[in-house]
Design a protein around this ligand. Structure first.
Ligand code: PMP
Length: 392
């Protein structure tokens, strides 16, 4: 019945766990959901007000499929100010979240016979979206502390390599690519005629070093790079679905053509809210980042107290990618089995490493309230202690 393309396609594992956790919550079960990647904050007031005003002013019509000009101008200003990137608003596309943007990019660039290099652990969606084009995802395994280097990429290059996927700071590890390596990676991509798809959605959530956009390094790499970003994480706007990208003119033009057939435009109201998010007061961004920074430290301390767990300190994003290898054995042979049991027995939802092509680990989001995080560690500790006798 189904096309070959979708035969092995499954619901995103992160979304599947989130759905289960939210169902528990609806039933009144006191579940702590550290699975999905979404800030626990409300969208800032000024952005909500802009959306209400947009409704009242009658923004109820189709817009330009690639986004209203006002928003694309705001995005062009953002790229210039934050990333040192000059793009004309006509070379910017707004889509239904960064997720839809990456989908379009892979559709436009990739097909059967192509290879796309994806460093793992990686966000599951990248791999599934590449597979949907018929191209082959080439997964390159990073070891803790999960820092991507040009040398590792070099080993995976073949004449079929078409795209290199970068995600810095990374979901799920939080790792940032070191500046010197970023320069080497840029040179490598240019030399080998490889497009770089650079997902920078966590750029504002960095705690150790500055974020640098690979496209800003020089003109040559800019011509090979599509830079992706969005409002979901920075402005606590996951439900509004605003993502965007810019890059070489012809690529963006083709993405716009695809989007005009696939989506039309994203909600006109979300676009107006997006203008306010980018142009308006930025204090709430700082406030949220500071809260994440504190939680990052307190969670790292908690993990250090549980000898069975180990973690590389993340540079950015709001995730901890934790090794649970010491806890796996007869009873819980895989991270998936362990995470399922943790949810069943202690009602804490985390994502198993298999969802990131990296068994033996779990991803925990610390974009949750301080109370929830505190309680989650009490439960995790209890779960580990209770199951310790069952391991071998
Ligand atoms: N890229 C990465 C690396 C992500 O982690 C996520 C969210 N999980 C997205 C893109 C998608 O974000 P959105 O579609 O909400 O913009």
């Amino acid at each position: 019945m189904f096309s070959k393309r979708v035969q092995t396609l499954a619901t995103s594992p992160t979304i599947a766990i989130d759905t289960k956790a939210k169902a528990f919550k609806r039933q009144g079960v006191p579940v702590i959901n550290l699975s999905v990647g979404e800030p626990n904050f409300q969208t800032p007031e000024n952005i909500k007000k802009a959306a209400i005003k947009a409704i009242q002013e009658g923004n109820s019509f189709y817009t330009d499929p690639s986004g209203i000009v006002e928003l694309r101008v705001a995005i062009a200003n953002k790229f210039a100010k934050d990333n040192g990137l000059t793009y004309d608003p006509s070379d910017i596309i707004v889509g239904a979240g960064a997720k839809q943007i990456t989908y379009s990019i892979f559709q436009v660039l990739c097909e059967k016979g192509d290879e796309v290099i994806i460093p793992i652990p990686a966000w599951n969606t990248f791999v599934e979206q590449v597979k949907l084009t018929g191209a082959k995802p080439v997964l390159i395994k990073l070891k803790p502390p999960f820092k991507l280097t040009s040398e590792i990429i070099k080993k995976a290059l073949t004449p079929k390599t078409k795209v290199l996927l970068l995600n810095t700071p990374s979901n799920p590890t939080g790792a940032i690519i070191d500046f010197k390596e970023l320069q080497k990676i840029a040179d490598l991509a240019v030399k080998n005629n490889i497009f770089v798809v650079s997902d920078e959605i966590y750029e504002k959530l960095v705690y150790t070093e500055k974020h640098v956009s690979i496209a800003s390094l020089n003109k040559k790499i800019k011509d090979f790079t599509i830079t992706i970003n969005g409002l979901s994480k920075t402005y606590a706007m996951t439900g509004w679905r605003v993502g965007f990208a810019s890059g070489p003119k012809e690529i963006i033009a083709k993405m716009k053509a695809l989007q005009s057939q696939m989506l039309g435009n994203i909600s006109a109201i979300s676009q107006k809210a997006g203008v306010e998010a980018l142009n308006g007061e930025q204090t709430s961004v700082m406030m949220m980042k500071n809260a994440f920074a504190k939680r990052r430290i307190s969670c790292l301390k908690k993990i250090a107290q549980i000898k069975e767990l180990s973690v590389s300190e993340p540079d950015g994003a709001f995730y901890l990618f934790i090794s649970i290898e010491k806890l796996l054995g007869k009873k819980y042979p895989t991270a998936t089995a362990w995470a399922e049991a943790l949810l069943e027995k202690e009602k804490v939802a985390v994502v198993p490493g298999e969802a990131f092509f990296y068994p033996g680990y779990i991803r925990m989001s610390y974009a949750a309230s301080d109370e929830d995080l505190k309680e989650a560690f009490i439960r995790i500790k209890r779960f580990i202690e209770k199951s310790s006798g069952d391991r071998v």
